[in-house]
Design a protein around this ligand. Structure first.
Ligand code: PLP
Length: 388
């Protein structure tokens, strides 16, 4: 055999991904209209979006964006430290702090950027980060970037967490999601709060899949469990239930002041566009309103109906207050073909594989939104019965 001299080996890498059933490609769409997506004259019911409340395409969203465009136009021009902070950014951050019950908040261009900026700004070499095994890639990458010692406990394993807390060095930061993005189950936040307090550690909770959906006014799982005042760092996204894009850290005034000075993804990135920030202020008000309560109830009812359907089919589903319902299939190939059969039957449901989840724990990830109709959910049940 001829020795490979080409150092990049892109083609070989792609072949390897295909051989392992780990190949992914982007699904082109022509149109997204609520929970319906269209391409090439065909349409599918979308059970993969994190736009839980259906706000992205709502009349409220269009009105808020149009008002923002009329008032402010587009981009912010530079980072806020360079170009000044527009009143509308402060308005959103004050509203987010009030929403999360913290002294202050800081917004970033995405949830991913919040993690990458804030975790390395708080801990470094000599410190310890303790993560739940199922934490999102943004949290894992941020932990690596920080240079702190990384310790991992098996998902929701409190005894192991306690042991790690007992031996951790330096500043100790415990990191977890509240609703886990690929398993849909909830962190044991009450117990984790007790443990971190007993050991004098800090706790960061990523509420990406809970904010807007769970808790009073959609304030998240920590608020629902009444432990929000004991969480040190609240991280969240404005890209999921908020139906737009961006992310925030809500914390004490001192922590936020430190982030303005140290969080590199805040300092060296252009501020989110004004019209988008203006719309986020309006959407946050909407999420907190009685109308928001009705949207949350629709998510809850639809999720319950879907969970009942899955259990009746023996496809299990976690005991969860959330709307992410994984159907575990194991082998990558099985998940791919189930996803393809569902596509043929008119449903867009992703198969989730390594490296998003562990090898051999491939799954369908069904995400239920408030605007799904009962007949769409029941039709999904029939299609699933045939597909898996
Ligand atoms: C989606 C997600 C993020 C990233 O948020 P974006 O605003 O999409 O960048 C962070 N954490 C978790 C748990 C997520 O699911």
């Amino acid at each position: 055999m001829e020795e490979r001299t080409e150092p990049w080996n892109i083609a070989a890498q792609l072949d390897e991904l295909r051989a392992q059933d780990l190949w992914r490609e982007l699904t082109p769409l022509d149109e997204v209209e609520g929970v319906i997506v269209r391409a090439g004259g065909r349409e599918w019911v979308n059970f993969s979006s994190n736009d839980y409340l259906g706000l992205a395409g709502s009349p409220e969203m269009r009105a808020a964006l149009e008002e923002g465009i009329a008032k402010y136009g587009g981009g912010a021009g530079a980072s806020r430290l360079v170009c000044g902070t527009h009143r509308v950014h402060r308005e959103l951050e004050d509203a987010l702090a009030d929403f999360k019950g913290t002294e202050a908040a800081l917004t970033f261009s995405s949830g991913f950027a919040v993690a990458l900026g804030t975790i390395p700004a708080l801990v470094g070499p000599g410190d310890t980060i303790i993560l739940d095994k199922l934490c999102h890639a943004s949290l894992v990458d941020a932990a690596r970037l920080s240079g702190a010692t990384i310790r991992v406990f098996p998902h929701n394993h409190l005894e192991k967490l306690e042991r790690l807390l007992g031996t951790a060095k330096g500043r100790v930061l415990v990191v977890t999601e509240s609703i886990f993005s690929m398993d849909g189950d909830a962190a044991l936040l009450r117990e984790i709060v007790e443990l971190k307090e007993r050991h004098g550690a800090w706790l960061l909770v990523d509420e990406a899949h809970a904010v807007g959906v769970l808790g009073p006014q959609g304030r998240g799982l920590a608020a629902a469990l009444e432990v929000d005042q004991r969480v040190d760092l609240h991280l969240g996204t404005l890209s999921k239930a908020f139906g737009l894009s961006g992310g925030y850290l809500a914390a004490s005034r001192q922590v936020i002041d430190l982030m303005v000075n140290r969080a590199r993804s805040f300092i060296y990135s252009t501020a989110p566009p004004f019209h988008l920030v203006h719309a986020l202020v309006a959407i946050l008000r909407h999420i907190r309103s009685e109308r928001g309560d009705a949207l949350r109830k629709a998510v809850r009812d639809n999720a319950q109906r879907t969970k009942n359907m899955l259990s009746s089919m023996g496809l299990g589903s976690p005991n969860t207050p959330a709307a992410i319902l994984p159907v575990l299939l194991g082998e990558e190939r099985l998940a791919i073909s189930a996803s393809q059969r569902l596509r043929a039957a008119g449903f867009l449901i992703p198969c989730i594989r390594y490296p998003t989840v562990a090898r051999g724990s491939a799954r369908l990830r069904i995400t239920v939104n408030g605007p799904h109709s009962i007949s769409q959910i029941d039709a999904l049940g029939a299609a699933l019965r045939a597909a898996v």
